[in-house]
Design a protein around this ligand. Structure first.
Ligand code: PLP
Length: 449
């Protein structure tokens, strides 16, 4: 490792020479200064204005398909042909029997729980390392989310910890395929079978990810996607429910259509409770257009991520998220790794992130512990929940959820890059790795700064 002080004095000396001998030496001076982190006055690894692949990517076909819907005047899925076409295309692409488009990923989860008749008195086991929507969907049905712990190596649900939480109230497991990777579905499905539980896959971050060659969302009873703006397949807002079970599909469809009776059910009018959680034809048009690029983009993310992992894992203190052996395809919605400050001379994660961002590499620290968020405290004292469960049970539930030590640790160590950063040329990956190495070389000086 180069001593930063020595480098600085060398570059000062060169600077002095440059002033007398001209342009060539100025370049030498600049490249020596370049070696310093941007935060310490060096050149950023990624020049200002280099930018990352802009998201979303908008193709000519998007506008054409959108205009077609606009001009048809058929803007609603109950009258237009585009949403059914998207559903058939997406189901076929994933190898699922049925697909129901929905207003967003949150509603896809709400619909799935409704179709499975999960409600007051039920518990659903969820991971704490996820977006709040996973948990909110359960709470909206007045069921109780119970948090597993997290597997530190993969960032996914720790299924062994979930197994210990199963009670006679447990109705379902809701693994999340986090960051584009895949939860341990062998363990999830084995536990579900043993304890007779339903499985809802929250695949919102993992379109086209696979477990042993099968697409996620088709492995459990139901699977959910989000097509929100940040997601790999995007229509601004949007979602979908996938299932191989015709009855579940029809329940889902009815629920998302204000409970209108299923065809052939013998009931006319409204057959069950429900809501309007339908996708519009505009969104479906954009999804069909974006889908034409999804496979190619996924391949780019995968090969860039694999290349980046090779470089990052060689840096002491950087541990890229591992995949389970059964994960045969990762959708890389996020590129996730753990940062060990001890290997960076004690430079705190936040300072590391700040230094990385100054190098032109935007980095996020990801989720904070969801099981400690205020909303659970609100549920604990909510009138409706108290009526259903009683104060004592809610207090126990709240306490039971509060200790998830591995997840807490992960939340202090994680660093994320967003999926669009994996869509550029391989040289982008070289720059990411170079910036991390540079920060490590200067970790001591950065800690002082
Ligand atoms: C995005 C996301 C959701 C919610 O999807 P929306 O379309 O934003 O409602 C749910 N779960 C996970 C894991 C997500 O990333």
């Amino acid at each position: 490792m180069t001593d930063p002080i020595t480098r600085r004095s060398v570059s000062r000396r060169l600077g002095g020479i440059a002033a007398t001998v001209g342009f060539g030496s100025i370049k030498t001076r600049a490249s020596s200064e370049d070696a310093k982190p941007a935060i310490l006055g060096g050149q950023p690894t990624r020049p200002k204005g280099a930018g990352w692949t802009h998201w979303p990517i908008i193709g000519d076909n998007d506008a054409a398909m959108l205009t077609q819907v606009l001009k048809s005047g058929l803007w609603n899925r109950l009258s237009g042909p585009v949403t059914p076409k998207f559903e058939a295309t997406w189901a076929e692409r994933l190898g699922a029997r049925h697909c129901l488009a929905s207003a967003n990923g949150t509603s896809a989860l709400i619909i799935s729980l409704a179709a499975l008749d999960i409600g007051p008195g039920d518990e659903v086991i969820v991971p704490p390392y996820t977006f709040a929507a996973t948990v909110n969907a359960v709470l909206l049905h007045h069921a109780l989310p119970v948090f597993s712990d997290t597997d530190i190596d993969t960032f996914q649900m720790d299924v062994a910890s979930a197994a210990k939480l199963v009670t006679d109230r447990t109705a379902a497991l809701m693994p999340v395929h986090l960051g584009g990777s895949v939860a341990d579905m062998d363990a999830v499905l084995a536990l579900a079978k043993e304890r007779k539980l339903r499985v809802i896959e929250d695949a919102c971050q993992s379109p086209l990810a696979q477990w042993r060659g099968k697409h996620v969302s088709t492995l459990g009873d139901m699977g959910c996607f989000s097509f929100q703006a940040s997601k790999n397949l995007n229509s601004g807002e949007g979602g979908a429910v996938l299932t191989n079970d015709k009855d579940l599909y029809e329940e889902a469809r009815s629920f998302h259509n204000n409970g209108r009776a299923k065809p052939g059910s013998g009931v006319s009018g409204y057959g069950r409770n429900g809501a309007n959680l339908r996708l519009t034809e505009f969104q479906s048009a954009i999804l069909l257009a974006q889908m034409e690029r999804l496979e190619k983009q996924s391949q780019t993310r995968e090969s860039n991520a694999a290349y980046l992992t090779e470089q990052l894992k060689a840096i002491p203190g950087i541990t890229p998220a591992k995949m389970y052996e059964g994960c045969t395809r990762n959708a890389y919605h996020l590129y996730m790794f753990r940062y060990d400050a001890a290997a960076f001379e004690g430079l705190p994660r936040e300072a590391f992130q700040k230094a990385l961002t100054a190098e032109g590499i935007p980095a996020s620290s990801g989720y904070s512990p969801l099981n400690k968020e205020h909303f659970l405290q609100v549920v604990r004292t909510n009138k409706g929940f108290v009526r259903i469960y009683g104060e004592k049970h809610l207090n126990d539930w709240y306490e039971k959820n509060s200790q998830r030590p591995v997840n807490d640790k992960l939340c202090t160590e994680a660093v994320w890059f967003t999926q669009n950063m994996l869509l550029g040329p391989r040289s982008d990956m070289d720059q990411i790795a170079e910036a991390v190495r540079k920060i490590r070389r200067y970790a001591g000086a950065l800690k002082q700064a």
